[in-house]
Design a protein around this ligand. Structure first.
Ligand code: CO
Length: 208
């Protein structure tokens, strides 16, 4: 017997509850997925994408990695983004960071964690862009939270700068890129009000 039998038991119970609530639920999901939202979030186990925004299976297209990065050469991220925008035609892309992020904290603390330090170099670059402001904040928790916000802002810009978003806007597709931060302390989301809704909002040199 699998040592993870409790997970299968929980799964059977969940599937049964879903069928009780809505007998056609799984049949509908088999036919089509039409999510309106794409989520780019941290891999952190405490930030469960659909759960914290009250969305059901089929309603949120999700990409997660450590520190919610949108890296220009990450084929995994680009493939998810291209499929979401061009095939699923999502209307909103949400980059969601979270306060107290371990990846961001590792950058602030100059920790050595292994291979992942190379991935986090992208965050280190953002640290260096905002070094005077960050180092004016002496409390390491607050410095981490500030870098979480700067990181979300840069990733929102990165998403908007991709050829995928530029092409979508050029052909008249309505799509918004939002930047949010989630608080582990109270489970609440904060909108950083940095939404990008058109190619004109992106620097000239990135426009298609
Ligand atoms: Co995190």
């Amino acid at each position: 017997m699998s040592s993870l039998e409790h997970l299968f038991e929980a799964n059977r119970q969940w599937a049964s509850e879903m069928r009780d609530l809505d007998a056609a639920f799984f049949d509908r999901l088999c036919e089509v997925q039409e999510p309106l939202h794409m989520w780019i979030g941290c891999a952190d186990s405490r930030v469960s994408a659909d759960q914290i925004v009250g969305l059901m299976p089929g309603e949120l297209f999700v990409h997660r990695n450590v520190a919610n990065l949108a890296v220009h050469t990450d084929m995994n991220f680009l493939s998810v983004l291209q499929y979401a925008v061009e095939v699923l035609k999502v209307q909103h892309i949400i980059v969601c960071g979270h306060y107290g992020c371990g990846g961001i904290r590792a950058v602030v603390d100059h920790s050595k964690l292994g291979l992942i330090d190379n991935w986090l170099r992208h965050v280190k670059d953002i640290y260096n862009m905002h070094k005077p402001v960050l180092e004016a904040e002496t409390d390491p928790d607050r410095r981490t939270d500030l870098l979480c916000e700067f990181n979300v802002t840069e990733q929102v810009k990165n998403v908007a700068r991709t050829t995928i978003l530029q092409d979508a806007w050029r052909t008249g597709q309505e799509i918004s890129v939002h930047g949010w931060v989630y608080s582990l302390k109270d489970g609440l989301l904060k909108d950083l009000d940095i939404t990008i809704t058109s190619r004109e909002m992106v620097e000239d040199e990135y426009q298609v």
